[in-house]
Design a protein around this ligand. Structure first.
Ligand SMILES: *Cc1c(COP(=O)(O)O)cnc(C)c1O
Length: 439
């Protein structure tokens, strides 16, 4: 980043601290947009239109927008496949044999991982299952999995079936983390108390680092510390965390994590997933896992010999060769993250969501609109998403927003989720949304 952009960021950070300076006017929103050093990134994306009018897209938590550069990156691979056929594995501009290596650095930057701790492969729920093959090993009394009561259904299904796969009863082997009566989010001290109380029965703790429903970002550092103290394995689903909040998976000593890349990582519907496996398992070929040739040591992979020799690190969990077309979109998108700098995106995100939160809480008296915010108000306990719980006529409010060109997300029975994304959303988007909501 150029020096003058850095200065601009310094100013943005200062504004963040002086949150009281926010103003509820279009002129103010436009002014911050104008001073936003990341404003040019919006032009790198296609913003969907409704009836010819640019929408207010607040659904990046569900499906990120398409970077304009995706087409070029996918075309590169289509051309090289046309030109080289099988030889593209070695001779394509980005040789397919090593294509997944392109993601190592950007994924390390986003997750706080070391080089051999990440690999890009498969899809999220597939990887969640693969990780449980290795890290959910029920033994004697330690058979249970701890999971959020409001976990994403796919994660819950995977957990139930893994338990059954080991011949155990899911009804007796899932410990759900539930909020206190009258509360929506979980308290760290309650999570830790549950872990300590049941430590002799727990085989795995599996958490969505950012809960998809409430938008709550758990205190992973503290939770991981409690896991280590009690000798518990901690796995994370980062679907709503990666590209959205700061992660330090290596330093926090998280055992494993997995994510998808079509939400905040803007890599397209069903786009490739990735996994993190802590360094401490890098040289453990003995760990049980499912295998395929791509996880085999590269030196012997093409000798086509019998007997699996896993590569060191997370790469040793790969099975199939890389889906290049799908990964080309991922490549385009991660280049934008690298160009913007994740730190900068986080600074803007805090400000952008801070503005939304401020408008909703202090300007709209949302209680009059029959709405309450269920996402924590502290910026350290959330990413960019804010979840609004409606008291009545929720679906009507949502439909009204849709008519007004807002693309947001409705979760049964009564929650509207909105996520201003720092790469492509503007302060004006946020201001317009707030006006529409209170109209
Ligand atoms: C989006 C999401 C999924 C989706 O899983 P896929 O395998 O990519 O279809 C799973 N878990 C969580 C927590 C999610 O947010």
């Amino acid at each position: 980043m150029a020096g003058n952009e850095r200065d601009a960021f310094q100013r943005i950070r200062t504004q963040e601290i002086q949150i009281m300076q926010f103003e509820n006017t279009l002129a103010f929103a436009k002014k911050i947009d104008k001073n936003d050093p990341l404003r040019s990134f919006r032009k790198e994306f296609y913003i969907p239109k409704i009836n010819g009018k640019e929408s207010i897209y607040l659904c990046g938590n569900s499906l990120g927008l398409q970077p304009r550069s995706v087409e070029k990156h996918v075309m590169t691979e289509i051309e090289d496949w046309r030109k080289y056929g099988v030889e593209g594995h070695l001779h394509a501009r980005n040789p397919w044999l090593y294509y997944h290596h392109l993601f190592t650095k950007p994924l390390c930057d986003l997750t706080g991982a070391k080089k051999n701790e990440v690999v890009c492969m498969n899809n999220l729920t597939v990887n969640l299952n693969l990780m449980m093959v290795t890290f959910y090993r029920p033994k004697s009394r330690k058979t249970k999995i701890v999971i959020e009561g409001s976990a994403f259904p796919s994660d819950y299904y995977a957990v139930e079936q893994q338990i059954r796969f080991h011949g155990l009863d899911p009804k007796k082997n899932i410990i759900e983390l539930l909020p206190r009566k009258g509360e929506v989010t979980l308290r760290t001290e309650d999570i830790i108390a549950t872990l300590e109380k049941h430590k002799d029965e727990i085989a795995l703790v599996l958490l969505g680092a950012v809960n998809y429903y409430s938008g709550q970002f758990f205190d992973i550092k503290k939770i991981s510390k409690a896991c280590q103290k009690n000798d518990l394995t901690l796995g994370l689903d980062l679907a709503h965390a990666i590209g959205n909040v700061e992660l330090k998976l290596h330093d926090w000593k998280v055992d494993f994590a997995t994510w998808c890349s079509y939400k905040y990582l803007n890599s397209g519907p069903g786009a490739v997933s990735g996994v993190f496996i802590h360094d401490k398992y890098a040289k453990r070929p003995d760990l049980p896992r499912f295998a395929g040739w791509w996880g085999n040591d590269e030196k012997t992979r093409f000798k086509m010999e019998k007997h699996f020799v896993p590569k060191e690190g997370a790469a040793g969990w790969q099975m199939s060769n890389a889906p290049i077309m799908n990964m080309a979109a991922h490549k385009a998108s991660l280049e934008l993250f690298e160009k913007a700098g994740f730190e900068n995106l986080l600074a803007k995100s805090k400000l952008l969501t801070g503005y939304l939160d401020w408008l909703l809480r202090s300007q709209l008296s949302i209680t009059n609109c029959q709405l309450s915010i269920i996402t924590p108000s502290s910026p350290s306990e959330r990413g960019c998403q804010i979840s609004l719980q409606t008291q009545k006529d929720g679906r009507k409010i949502f439909d009204r927003l849709t008519k007004a060109c807002v693309i947001a997300d409705w979760r049964e029975p009564d929650v509207i989720r909105v996520a201003p994304v720092p790469l492509y959303n503007s302060f004006e988007d946020v201001w317009q949304f707030a006006q529409l909501l209170s109209a």
